[in-house]
Design a protein around this ligand. Structure first.
Ligand SMILES: Nc1ncnc2c1ncn2[C@@H]1O[C@H](COP(=O)(O)OP(=O)(O)OP(=O)(O)O)[C@@H](O)[C@H]1O
Ligand SMILES: [Mg+2]
Length: 298
């Protein structure tokens, strides 16, 4: 059974009109089932307001369900006895690194979480060392976070979460405020944590190219999970994604358009490499090669 599971999860935000005192409920999560295996890298896509952040906050017990249930490591988030364990098992990283960094020196910031829960000093330093190493920020340990780039700050924020030794991290658009370099740094870091430390990753993003290496993709719309599958399965359905107001990776779109215009190409092309090897045999002589450098179009 998965490390994160949800069954018939429902969440209503209640808004209260101060003048009339009437309360209205609006449904942000509408009957969601979810099953995430330990060690997986999961991506969640969806148009603005589709319920991604609301779902993320349930994994961390920041919100508790209006209906249905969600479990982290078999702990029901509704059970307040488990809130602490759940928050420690599933760390959260948000969009704005400036709101997550509190220390005035990088290593202090990373050690703050463990210190707060009474981890012995020796072990705090061990955790700080390991976490900074894991995000590639060791050389900045005595720097002031203020002077770091956005990508570096976000990596410090991730190190702070890692210092709590979570089994799972949930990242809610962690690259939305970063430049292309910062985005790459953070993505690389998250993939390394997944591969090397075996941390389960739930990545919420608007960027399609951040999704292609995920084990599984969930697509949300209007509070529901409307598609789920491997990236290739998801990106084979270009028209459906467009109907959900989502883009597809540029190379996928190009392959899709070429196919529509008559070239015999497969569905769900995700990388330039795949596209060139599908195109090369179609170029006639068989002697033509298309050179390419990166793994996907930026
Ligand atoms: N605090 C709140 N009070 C009332 N309604 C809210 C609140 N937060 C979110 N909502 C509503 O709940 C729905 C889901 O919002 P949510 O923030 O989970 O979506 P999202 O997919 O994360 O969007 P985005 O891509 O813009 O981050 C939206 O209709 C939103 O307006
Ligand atoms: Mg959101």
């Amino acid at each position: 059974m998965g490390i994160i599971r949800a069954a018939h999860l429902i969440y209503d935000y209640i808004t209260r009109d101060d003048e009339t005192g009437t309360e209205t409920a609006s449904r942000a999560i509408d009957d969601v089932d979810l099953d995430v295996d330990a060690g997986d890298f999961i991506a969640i896509l969806g148009h603005n307001g589709s319920g991604k952040s609301t779902l993320a906050k349930h994994i961390n017990a920041l919100l508790t369900p209006t209906g249905g249930s969600i479990w982290v490591k078999d702990m029901d988030t509704k059970d307040e006895n488990h809130t602490w364990d759940i928050r420690q098992s599933a760390g959260m990283v948000f969009q704005n690194p400036d709101n997550q960094i509190i220390g005035s020196i990088v290593e202090e910031d990373v050690g703050f979480g463990p210190e707060n829960i009474g981890v012995p000093t020796d072990e705090i330093w061990q955790r700080v060392d390991q976490s900074l190493k894991a995000v590639g920020m060791t050389e900045y340990r005595t720097h002031s976070p203020n002077k770091l780039s956005g990508g570096q700050k976000q990596r410090v924020a991730i190190a702070g979460v890692m210092a709590m030794r979570p089994e799972c991290i949930v990242l809610d658009e962690p690259t939305a405020m970063l430049d292309p370099n910062g985005r790459k740094e953070v993505l690389r870091t998250v993939h390394e944590l997944n591969r090397e430390a075996g941390v389960t990753v739930v990545l919420i993003t608007h960027y399609m190219d951040e999704v292609i290496d995920a084990d599984k993709v969930f697509v949300m719309d209007d509070g529901k999970v409307v598609m789920q599958g491997r990236p290739k399965e998801i990106f084979s359905q270009v028209e459906k994604l467009k109907a959900l107001r989502l883009d597809v990776p540029q190379v996928t779109e190009l392959a899709y358009e070429l196919k529509k215009s008559g070239l015999p190409l497969p569905d769900g092309v995700l990388t330039i490499g795949e596209l060139t090897s599908a195109l090369t045999p179609l170029l006639g002589t068989g002697h033509t090669t298309i050179h390419h450098g990166g793994s996907y179009v930026d």
